[in-house]
Design a protein around this ligand. Structure first.
Ligand SMILES: [Mg+2]
Length: 426
C-alpha cells in the first residue's frame, strides 16, 4: 500500500490559545504580536475576516484595531509552548509515527485503514483534540509530505471540508492541484517560484506535469523530488527522531535600548541561563561559547561585535557558562552606544553521556554528579512553579531591558499564581 501521511496543524494557533483561556475572547477578533509587540503574527478567524493582514507592523494599525475593538495580545510563549507539547503528546498516542515540524504542526504516518475510513478517523481526531485541549485542528491527508501540506491548506481554505482534506480519496486530484499556485507549495521559495513562472508553470498541477528533464536541469535532485512528491510518490521520509542539534542560540532584541554595562551583563546572563537550560533539556553540553552584541543597524554609529571562547571541559552548567560569558560582555561593551540586541551561541555540542575529559582541567566524577543533581533540581522547580522561581543573581532583579510585552496574557498552564480563581457564595 502507498504511504499515507498527514499534516496536522492547529488553526490560528497563538490566537486560539488566547481565546481558549479567556472565554470573553471567543467569537471576538484577536491578534497576537511578535517580540517587542512588533508585528501581527497571528489572527483569530474573526480578525482575519476584518481584513487584518499578517505581518503588519502594530504601530501602523493600532488605532484601527482599537476602533474595530480588536483584542491585542503580546506573544505568550510559555503558554503556546506548553499547549504545543500537550497537542503533540495527544497526537503521538493516536498515530504510529509523528514528526513534530513546528510549534503547531506535525507530519504523521496514518494508521493502516482504508482511505474512506481515514476521513472518519480524522474527523474523530478533530473532536478529541477539541474536547481534551479546546483547540481547533486541520488535517491534510495524502501519499506524500508535499501533498499533505497542500491538502492541509485546502482543508482550511474550504469551509465545506470542515477541517479535513483527504487526497488519498480524491478522484479529481488534478483539479485540486490546479487550485494551488506554485508560490503556495511547501518547499518552493521565491527563486524557484520565479523560475516556474518564467516557464509558464503557474500551479501545482503545471509543476507536477512539467518535463522532468527541464526540472532536473534547473533544480537538480531537489526539484525532481518535489515533482515526484506532487505526483504522489513519497520521497521525503518522516523524521520522527529529532536530529541532535549542532548549536543552540538564545538572543533577543531589547524592549528599550541598553546603555550601561550592568544591564548588558544582566541581559547576556539571562540568555546564558536560558541556553544552559536548553542544553540540559536536549541532553547536551557545549564546547564553545560565543557572546554577541549590536546596536540598531538603522542608527548612526552602528556597532556589532562578538567573541568566542572554547571551553576546555564541555559543560551545561549555568554557573560555569556565566563565569566565562560575563567577562566577554565587559570586553564587548562600549560606553556611549545604545545596544539593541545581545545573544549567546552555544556550539560544539556533544551528548551528555560522553564527556571528554581534559588533562589540565581537574574534575571529579563525584563533583560533576553533585552539580548535575543541583541543576536538575533547579530545572524542576522552574518547570513546576514557573520560569525564574529559582534565578541566578547575575540576571538581576526586575531588569528594565526586558521585551516590550504590554498586552501579555497570564501563564495559565505553567504558573500556579496565574490559575483562574473561582469563588462560590452561598
Ligand atoms: Mg497553524
Amino acid at each position: 500500500m502507498a504511504a499515507a501521511l498527514a499534516l496536522i496543524d492547529c488553526n490560528n494557533f497563538y490566537a486560539s490559545c488566547e481565546q481558549l483561556f479567556d472565554p470573553a475572547l471567543q467569537g471576538q477578533p484577536v491578534v497576537v504580536l511578535s517580540n517587542n509587540d512588533g508585528c501581527i503574527v497571528a489572527r483569530s478567524r474573526e480578525a482575519r475576516q476584518l481584513g487584518i493582514a499578517m505581518g503588519t507592523p502594530y504601530f501602523q494599525v493600532a488605532d484601527r484595531l482599537r476602533d474595530q475593538q480588536v483584542v491585542v495580545r503580546s506573544s505568550n510563549y510559555a503558554l503556546y509552548g506548553d499547549m504545543s507539547q500537550r497537542v503533540m503528546a495527544l497526537l503521538k498516542q493516536r498515530v504510529p509515527e509523528l514528526e513534530v515540524y513546528s510549534i503547531d504542526e506535525a507530519f504523521a504516518r496514518l494508521p493502516s485503514l482504508p482511505a474512506d475510513e481515514l476521513s472518519r478517523w480524522a474527523a474523530e481526531l478533530r473532536v478529541v483534540v477539541r474536547q481534551q485541549l479546546g483547540l481547533p485542528i486541520a488535517l491534510g491527508m495524502a501519499p506524500s509530505k508535499v501533498l499533505a501540506k497542500l491538502a492541509n491548506r485546502l482543508a482550511k481554505r474550504d469551509p465545506a471540508r470542515t477541517g479535513v482534506c483527504n487526497l488519498l480519496l480524491e478522484s479529481h486530484l488534478p483539479d485540486r492541484l490546479a487550485e494551488v499556485a506554485v508560490e503556495d507549495l511547501w518547499g518552493v521559495g521565491r527563486r524557484l517560484a520565479r523560475w516556474c513562472r518564467l516557464r509558464g508553470l503557474a500551479t501545482a498541477l503545471d509543476l507536477a506535469q512539467a518535463d522532468s528533464a527541464l526540472i532536473r536541469q534547473g533544480w537538480g535532485v531537489v526539484g525532481l523530488r518535489l515533482q515526484q512528491e506532487l505526483r504522489g510518490i513519497s520521497c521525503l521520509a518522516l523524521e520522527s527522531e529529532p536530529v541532535a542539534k549542532q548549536e543552540t542560540c538564545v538572543s533577543r532584541s531589547f524592549g528599550t535600548a541598553v546603555l550601561d554595562r550592568l544591564s548588558l551583563r544582566e541581559a547576556v546572563a539571562a540568555h546564558v541561563v536560558r541556553g544552559a537550560e536548553k542544553l540540559r533539556r536536549q541532553g547536551q553540553r557545549a564546547g564553545r561559547l560565543t557572546v554577541f552584541v549590536r546596536t540598531s543597524p538603522f542608527a548612526a554609529g552602528f556597532y556589532a561585535n562578538s567573541i568566542s571562547v572554547g571551553l576546555p571541559l564541555a559543560t551545561a552548567d549555568t554557573a560555569v557558562l556565566l563565569q566565562r560569558a560575563l567577562p566577554l560582555v565587559d570586553q564587548l561593551f562600549r560606553p556611549g552606544h545604545a545596544f539593541q540586541k545581545a545573544g549567546v551561541l552555544l556550539g560544539q555540542l556533544q551528548p551528555q553521556e560522553h564527556l571528554q575529559h581534559h588533562l589540565l582541567v581537574p574534575c571529579s566524577p563525584q563533583q560533576l554528579r553533585r552539580r548535575s543533581r543541583l541543576l536538575q533540581a533547579v530545572d524542576r522547580l522552574n518547570q513546576r512553579f514557573g520560569t525564574g522561581t529559582v534565578q541566578w543573581a547575575a540576571v538581576g532583579v526586575e531588569p528594565d531591558w526586558c521585551m516590550r510585552r504590554q498586552h501579555l496574557s497570564a501563564h495559565f498552564t505553567t504558573s500556579k499564581a496565574d490559575l483562574p480563581m473561582v469563588s462560590a457564595h452561598e
